[in-house]
Design a protein around this ligand. Structure first.
Ligand SMILES: *Cc1c(COP(=O)(O)O)cnc(C)c1O
Length: 388
């Protein structure tokens, strides 16, 4: 019985092993000992399966691995120190010097840094491709291409990729695929179902959901995940501690409730903003005006809590006044927690001139809708928009 509530509330929790405690224990131990040499030898041989040393397997982290794997419909999952670590470890596991990558044009910023600035040092090149059209991947393919890196949708402007079409193209050409699924969480989209090879998450966002830890995950089949475990995971050592895993397990109990609330409130705010005279454009994948609305409905079960707005305003100073007037939408990056957030692109501008830090305009604001009362959130936007 692998329904969602079973996964979130019970899967992986072997309570008889820890005094029948309802909440799992935090096994805050670096090391595990063995009764005799034969057991120690076996422990060494099974470092991927059994608790031996916490940089490898830790029982508290293992409960979390089982749950995230089950949510994504994956054979296995690794939990890492951050979403960025999950991206880096999964990408490095599939590449060697001389290889070429196709990456969607506006991925998460540090993924872009990895492909554009870091991997070229190791003779790995990358082409950034507008992933909304499958033809663009085909046109950018080279004999050296090994990997397609996807993020559907991304978390600023919400471009999607047709996962089924990209996977078909990748398989025809012997390429592996990775998809950053943070926006949707496994509840709204399961890229492995479309044949994507590895899914990465910023667990910091919806999965943990309480803005109190940074963590990441990689999901895939046994072969790919055990290969990452035996190489990048153990070598980079970017693990999640038992304490972090314990907090995330607690946060995930309410994943379904939080996502549902955040998604419904977002829909309400988007509808309100779309007809507001101070709004030039709303970006939201489940809006009928989104160019890939049909694909979003096909590929995703519901939206997340992110949306972006281009405001009608004549000056950066007014934009600044709007941001400063918001009381409930906290000015911050990140998203996926209980609290609503506002990330204004104006923070990358000192004046109205275009600059090299961003391709987005200064009147563009990315919002995240948390789990507060949506009427109060709307009133907050309403009063702040009088500054524009
Ligand atoms: C935040 C984020 C990441 C990075 O995750 P960290 O946990 O902050 O390292 C990666 N991808 C997306 C889409 C994100 O929003």
């Amino acid at each position: 019985m692998m329904d969602l509530s079973y996964i979130l509330n019970h899967l992986g929790e072997e309570r008889s092993q820890y005094f029948s405690a309802v909440a799992p224990p935090m096994i805050q131990s670096s090391n595990f000992c063995f009764s005799d040499l034969k057991a120690l030898r076996l422990g060494l041989e099974n470092e991927y399966q059994e608790a031996f040393y916490t940089r490898g397997v830790n029982p508290t982290v293992s409960i979390l691995r089982k749950k995230i794997a089950a949510l994504e419909g994956a054979q296995d999952c690794l939990v890492l120190a951050s979403g960025a670590a999950a991206i880096t470890a999964s990408v490095m596991s599939l590449l060697k010097a001389g290889d070429h990558v196709l990456c969607v044009s506006h991925p998460y910023n540090w993924a872009k840094h990895l492909f554009r600035d870091y991997l070229p040092r190791f003779d790995i090149s990358c082409s950034f491709v507008d992933g909304t059209q499958i033809e663009n991947f085909k046109a950018a393919l080279t004999p050296k291409t090994r990997l397609i890196y996807l993020e559907s949708p991304n978390t600023m402007t919400f471009e999607l990729q047709d996962l089924r079409a990209v996977v078909a193209f990748a398989r025809q050409n012997g390429l592996k695929t990775i998809c950053d699924n943070s926006y949707s969480s496994p509840l709204a989209q399961k890229p492995l179902e479309y044949g994507v090879d590895l899914v990465v998450h910023s667990v910091t966002k919806y999965l943990n959901g309480h803005s109190d830890t940074v963590s990441g995950a990689i999901c895939g089949n046994h072969d790919l995940i055990s290969a990452i475990f035996k190489s990048e995971y153990m070598t980079l050592g970017a693990i999640s501690s038992p304490m972090e895993a314990w907090l995330i397990l607690r946060g995930m109990r309410t994943l379904e409730l939080r996502l549902q609330r955040s998604s419904e409130s977002t829909e309400y705010l988007v509808e309100y903003l779309q007809s507001h005279p101070k709004v030039a454009k709303v970006y939201y994948p489940f809006s009928k005006t989104h160019p890939q609305y049909e694909l979003a409905k096909q590929q995703m079960r519901c939206s997340g809590g992110l949306f972006s707005v281009e405001f009608k305003t004549s000056s950066l100073a007014n934009m600044e006044a709007f941001c400063n007037a918001l009381k409930l939408f906290l000015l911050a990056c990140s998203w996926g927690g209980y609290e609503s957030l506002c990330f204004p692109i104006a923070s990358l501008y000192n004046n109205e001139q275009a600059n090299t830090k961003t391709h987005l305009p200064w009147n563009f604001v990315r919002f995240y809708c948390g789990i507060e009362d949506v009427k109060v959130l709307k009133d907050d936007l309403d009063q702040a928009m009088s500054c524009l």
